[in-house]
Design a protein around this ligand. Structure first.
Ligand code: PAF
Length: 278
């Protein structure tokens, strides 16, 4: 596996990969890789693409009171995991490379970025869209793979790619879960034993709403009951909502492409999750 830490090295490595591979895939990550990230790399590699994974903890997508400084970092473990999945190139840029002195440009997505995570974490999607635009410009992949655990993020990035006419395809990959249903996340390691036992309640709440809404019941009561059950279990709920899957606009009942989304804090750890209805 090649490793690049500077733009000239990245350029040289991508040119080398392009000589042998028709398709280049990018898996953007912030490191602390788990089986969910590995599944993205595996999907990209199995598509036949030469796969580049970026590791960059992007300061621009963290708010002032968020967990940038304690975001887990494990470069040796990450590089070993990428290599094991058949990744061809790891791209590890510095903050100075990504945000050059005098930088004055950011990418602001409206539409799917406006609600939910966009409301609770102001500036988050500006940070995500900006760093993804930069990564796409640097690596110039044909496809980029994103985990559906961050469902809204996938829709925001797809919207940006469509609006900026960027020549790549965005592929969403299904969430990887623990046996008890908890969606894998780099932040799960911060859950205490008690919180870890409660955490699968988030997806269970979504599943119980999905069942009722899927049978045609209006969403309002099941959503309110799910929120109450989560709060009773100790979650501080940011939102539990039924939305149209692409625009993230709220729905009051099931419809094609509907998605149930939720975000809630357990102690200091913020969990997000989503499922389809079908
Ligand atoms: O999902 C993530 O890990 C990040 O938001 C991403 C897409 C790598 C951008 O920093």
């Amino acid at each position: 596996m090649l490793i690049a830490r500077t733009l000239p090295d990245l350029r040289a490595a991508c040119t080398r990969l392009r000589r042998h591979a028709e398709t280049l895939a990018l898996v953007p990550t912030m490191g602390a890789l788990h089986a969910g990230h590995r599944s993205l790399v595996a999907r990209a590699v199995s598509s036949g693409a030469a796969t580049v994974a970026s590791i960059f903890v992007n300061p621009l997508q963290f708010g002032p009171n968020e967990d940038l400084t304690r975001y887990p970092r494990d470069e040796p473990g990450d590089l070993a995991a990428l290599k094991a999945e058949g990744c061809a190139l790891a791209w590890l840029p510095s903050v100075a490379t990504m945000y050059p002195i005098g930088e004055a440009t950011a990418v602001m997505v409206r539409g799917p970025a406006e609600r939910w995570e966009g409301e609770v974490r102001p500036g988050h999607f500006l940070g995500v869209a900006t760093v993804c635009a930069k990564l796409f410009g640097q690596v110039r992949p044909d496809r980029a793979y994103f985990g559906e655990k961050d469902w809204q993020q996938v829709q925001v990035v797809k919207r940006m790619v469509a609006d900026l006419l960027l020549p790549l395809e965005i592929v969403g990959v299904e969430t990887v879960r623990e046996e008890d249903g908890l969606a894998l996340s780099s932040r799960n390691r911060f859950l205490s034993a008690e919180e870890r036992a409660v955490a699968p309640g988030l997806v269970r709440a979504l599943r119980s709403v999905a069942e009722r809404v899927g049978f045609g019941e209006p969403a309002q009561a099941p959503l309110a009951e799910a929120r109450a059950a989560l709060e009773a279990a100790g979650f501080a709920v940011d939102y539990v909502a039924l939305v149209e899957g692409t625009t993230l606009l709220p729905l009051d009942r099931d419809a094609p492409g509907a998605r149930l989304i939720a975000a809630a804090k357990l102690g200091s750890v913020r969990l997000i999750d989503n499922i389809g209805i079908g």
